[in-house]
Design a protein around this ligand. Structure first.
Ligand code: ARG
Length: 286
């Protein structure tokens, strides 16, 4: 069952023990942060008074792009649009599954034009596009796990959009309520580790949602506040190697104990906009 991409990746990185986990080939969409800056505040991480460096953001973004390529991912790109500071956070551009793309409808007017921009990209790149009626911020709040869609709500994405998701994709949709403003998108509070397991920050959820996560994922990794405070959970992987914020050292240790490989990256400039690795990544499932 070995995929040749995976095999070449394995020889390129550290030698693997017999317990190494299997990688699943990934295709992702990214948007170079050519117009990244912080000039408004729509989440607690953003401070328009603090200076940002667009070249540094591009350099850090490039390191993520190159890490994906060296793991054998297919990386597709959407053209950045001047004036859309946050377009680099591609995860919010929509949600794709089985060749269908559910478009995003943003909460804050600063990001509203990104919705149609991503929808035209999906349309031009082989997806059947579903225009959203309800406010939702795409894969920032919708994560595929075990065939079901974990769906956040509370800050950005609305519960009404969860119904739209159910109708479009005919999958189980598990609504989870986010309660901590610093973890305003689901992908800041949950990391998908592989088909069946996740890592999460318990305090980011209300009691009922936390109980649901405990029931579904008895072996989940629970991260601490320190790792969460560098958006350590905002990570992405292929079931074998997790790309994570390098400052999330506790999370890195937990992952290694479970047999995952880790690659630590510094996306500190993009953290000034309230996003990390996963925010810059939209998975394409044709
Ligand atoms: N500044 C962006 C916003 O507040 C950051 C988006 C982060 N994206 C994510 N998937 N968590 O909308």
């Amino acid at each position: 069952a070995a995929n040749p991409r995976t095999a070449s990746t394995q020889t390129a990185t550290a030698p693997l023990g017999p317990d190494a986990r299997a990688a699943v080939h990934k295709t992702v969409l990214m948007c170079r942060p050519d117009h990244f800056t912080v000039s408004y505040r729509i989440n607690p991480w953003m401070n328009p008074e603090l200076p940002t460096s667009t070249p540094l953001a591009v350099e850090q973004w490039q390191s993520l792009h190159d890490a994906y390529r060296s793991l054998g991912y297919d990386v597709e790109l959407i053209e950045p649009i001047p004036g859309l500071n946050d377009m680099v956070y591609a995860a919010n551009g929509g949600f794709t599954l089985d060749g269908h793309a559910y478009g995003a409808k943003f909460t804050y007017e600063e990001r509203v034009p990104e919705g149609p921009a991503y929808m035209s990209w999906f349309e031009a790149n082989g997806f059947e596009v579903h225009e959203p009626r309800a406010i939702n911020e795409g894969e920032g709040d919708f994560l595929l796990s075990n065939g079901a869609i974990l769906a956040g709500h509370g800050f950005r994405t609305t519960l009404e959009s969860h119904d739209e998701l159910r109708r479009i994709f005919d999958r189980e949709v598990v609504s989870l309520r986010l309660v901590d403003p610093s973890f305003y998108h689901l992908d800041t509070a949950v990391a998908i580790l592989d088909e069946s397991n996740i890592a999460y920050l318990p305090k980011a959820f209300d009691d009922a949602s936390r109980a649901e996560l405990e029931r579904r994922y008895p072996d989940a990794i629970l991260v601490d506040d320190q790792d969460a405070s560098v958006l350590g959970l905002n990570s992405f992987g292929d079931g074998r190697t997790m790309l994570i914020a390098e400052r999330a050292t506790g999370f890195e240790r937990q992952l290694r104990e479970r047999g995952y490989e880790t690659v630590g990256l510094d996306l500190s400039e993009l953290l000034l906009g309230g996003g990390g690795i996963k925010c810059c990544t939209l998975e394409l499932r044709r």
